[in-house]
Structure formats: C-alpha cells, structure tokens
Design a protein around this ligand. Structure first.
Ligand code: OSB
Ligand code: MG
Length: 370
C-alpha cells in the first residue's frame, strides 16, 4: 500500500451536551480526521487528541505539527505492508501515540478495503455486537446528575461511568448508588488525586463499583500500586497505559487489575491488540475507552471491542449521545440489550458525509502541499 496524498481536517464538533471532567469542561470536541489516498482508494483515520492538553500532552496542534513535519513525510510514497510496517517507519519519532494511531487507523481502513475484510475480521474479533455503557460528566448539582443518569438509563444504557474529582466524589457516587442499587457503576478521576488526597476515596470501596479509573497521575504506576493495595475494588488504568510495555509493567507491578484500552492513547490498533492479547493471557479483563470520537473513530472502537478479552462494557455510546450531526453516514444506535453493532463492511465500514465534514472543518491541509 503506497500512500500518495493525505488531507488533514481539523474538526470542531459541537456536543449535544457539555462534557466536564476533572480537567475541565468542553462544549465541542476537536480532533483531526485524515483522508488518506493510496492506489486509487481512500482510507479514513481519526486522531483523538483534543484541543487542550488536559487529558494527555498531545493536542490537535501537536498532532498537526507532527503530521506535517515528521509523520507524513516519513510515510508518503513508501511501500507499507501492514500496521507493523507503518509503525517501524515511525519508530524514530518519540511518543505522539495519538498522532501515530490516527494515520495507522487510515491504513487499516485501506487494507480492509483492498482485501474486502472488515476491521473486526482483520483484528480477529468474533462478536457482532458489543456491550456498551455511557460516561457521564460532572454536573452542576446532584439533582442534575440524577436527571442525566435517569435519562441515559431510560435510553437503555445498562452501565454508567461517573466522572469524579476531589470534593465531588463520595457525594456523587452516594447519590447515584442510593437511587440505583443494582446498576453496574464505575468512576473515573482522570488523575485528579495524589496518593495522599486519594485517601478520601477509600469509602468508595463499599459502593460495589466495577472499578475506579485512573485516580493518580499518568506517570505514577508505583503509587497506583500502593493505592490498589488499599482497595478491594479493582483500579483501572487509562492515561498511564501509553503502550504495551506500560501495560506489562503495570500488571507486573500490580498497579491495576483492569485496563482501559484506547487505540489512540496506546499508539494504534496494533498496540491495542497487543495489550489485549497480553491481558487475555494473564486473565486481566479489559474494556474499550472512548474519546468522544466521530463515527470514524467509533467504528474502530467497535471493531476493537469485539475481541474476546473486552469483558467489561465499553465507553462507546450511540451517535446521538455525542453529536446532532456526525460526519459519517452511518449512525450508531443502542440495541435493547445495551449493545452496539460492530460494522461489517470492508475496512472501518463507514462512509464519510462530505457535507457534514465540510461543516465541521475549521482548518484543512493537503500533503504533499499542492
Ligand atoms: O477519561 O475516559 C476518559 C473523554 C475524553 C477524554 C477522556 C475520557 C473521556 C470519556 C468519554 O470518559 C468516553 C466516551 O467517548 O464516551
Ligand atoms: Mg478515563
């Protein structure tokens, strides 16, 4: 597969409702969409880096820079056999996993279209529909939070993740747990605590949570280990797991008992599958995290989550939970059993709605420049 041209689209997609985490509130999601031309075909990829470096150091701006200056020049015109080959060509670039993952996703799409295989088939996933939940942001009041949760339950979601931060942790969980005693429930702190301040979370051990996600800093496996020793509830790492090596070390260190796999954060679908395989061998459950993706990234997440070790529901919600108008023609809907169907068509299995894409685009660049 020889890539001849890439168009980068900086997208700004207004959210149906604001999304607030411990690192801030957003009203619109920004990301980069890649349109990759090779051998008469078009592949699409999504780089999940956000506008602001609150979740991770990568941003739309850093990824744009990496694409223009380093990543695309290293790939264009070169023969690429598969994702491993693409990653080998990018191995001289440190970090920037989300930028690398975005272009790798487009290569998977192209390879699937060339071979007639869906991404699910290429990855080796077997399930045709995957269990999903919904990630609920911080709300201004507990009443508002309960209203929002009730709304999602009414729509059919059977697993809820609550965002928490210091001062808005126990009260949040208590309110939802009291109203929904049997609801599969988990929390995500997005690294808002230190080992010391996380002592405030110890009472959460009595709320029958599925897991507690990323309480401490991204680069702090050791203190996660120390914290895990104080909890019966499994800790789950998100931000800390930036590749297969971090996953192996976190498990060896017993820094967590569950891993949230996001293809962008770990440098692409190939690394995501490697982490999946490692966890499967060690009997550690994984689940598919989300980055408020467009339909392009959502299709990739669904295919990934069809692999057998994705034993917990993913943060992969229906299109309408995120966007009034998505950039794919396919609209993902929630089935009555709180699952979403995995796309079946070759590659990612989605088609981009050019008009919606234009509407969401705030900046565009073609490489090589014309
Ligand atoms: O920590 O899982 C997270 C969204 C953006 C950045 C980080 C996270 C999230 C979510 C939303 O929790 C998950 C989704 O896409 O629905
Ligand atoms: Mg998270």
């Amino acid at each position: 597969m020889r890539i001849s041209q890439v168009t980068l689209y900086h997208l700004r997609m207004p959210l149906q409702a604001h999304f607030e985490t411990s690192f801030g509130r957003i009203y619109a999601r920004e990301c980069i969409l890649l349109e990759v031309h090779a051998e008469g075909m078009t592949g699409w990829g999504e780089c999940v880096a956000d506008r602001h470096p609150g979740y991770a150091y990568e941003t739309v701006g850093t990824a744009w820079h990496l694409y223009q200056e380093f990543i695309l020049p290293a790939l264009i015109g070169k023969p690429l056999v598969d994702a491993a080959d693409l990653q080998a060509r990018l191995a001289h670039i440190k970090g920037h996993q989300m930028a690398k993952a975005g272009v790798e996703m487009a290569l998977w799409d192209l390879l699937g279209k060339a071979s007639g295989q869906s991404l699910r088939e290429m990855l080796g996933g077997e399930r045709r529909r995957v269990p999903v939940g919904v990630s609920v942001g911080l709300q201004d009041t507990l009443d508002e939070l309960l209203r929002v949760v009730d709304g999602y339950l009414a729509r059919g979601y059977r697993r809820v993740k609550l965002k928490i931060k210091p001062g808005r942790d126990l009260s949040v969980v208590q309110a939802v747990r009291q109203r929904h005693p049997d609801l599969p429930l988990q929390v995500d702190a997005n690294s808002a605590y230190t080992l010391e301040s996380a002592a405030a979370l110890l009472p959460l051990d009595d709320f029958d949570l599925l897991l507690i996600e990323q309480p401490l800093a991204e680069d702090d496996l050791w203190d996660h280990r120390r914290l895990q020793q104080r909890f019966h509830t499994p800790l789950c790492l998100d931000e800390s797991i930036t590749g297969p090596r971090q996953a192996r070390q976190a498990l060896e260190m017993e820094a967590c008992r569950v891993i949230n796999i996001k293809q962008g954060r770990v440098g692409g679908l190939l690394n995501a599958r490697r982490i999946h395989d490692l966890c499967l061998r060690q009997d550690v459950p994984v689940w598919c995290g989300g980055m408020l993706e467009t339909g392009v990234g959502r299709a990739a997440n669904l295919a990934l989550a069809s692999l057998p070790d994705f034993k917990l529901p993913g943060d992969i919600s229906a299109t309408e939970r995120y966007y009034a108008r998505d950039i794919t023609r396919e609209v993902f809907t929630l089935n009555a059993d709180s699952t979403i169907d995995v796309p079946d068509a070759p590659g990612l299995g989605v088609t981009v709605d050019r008009e919606a894409l234009e509407q969401a685009t705030v900046r565009k660049a073609v490489f090589p420049p014309r």
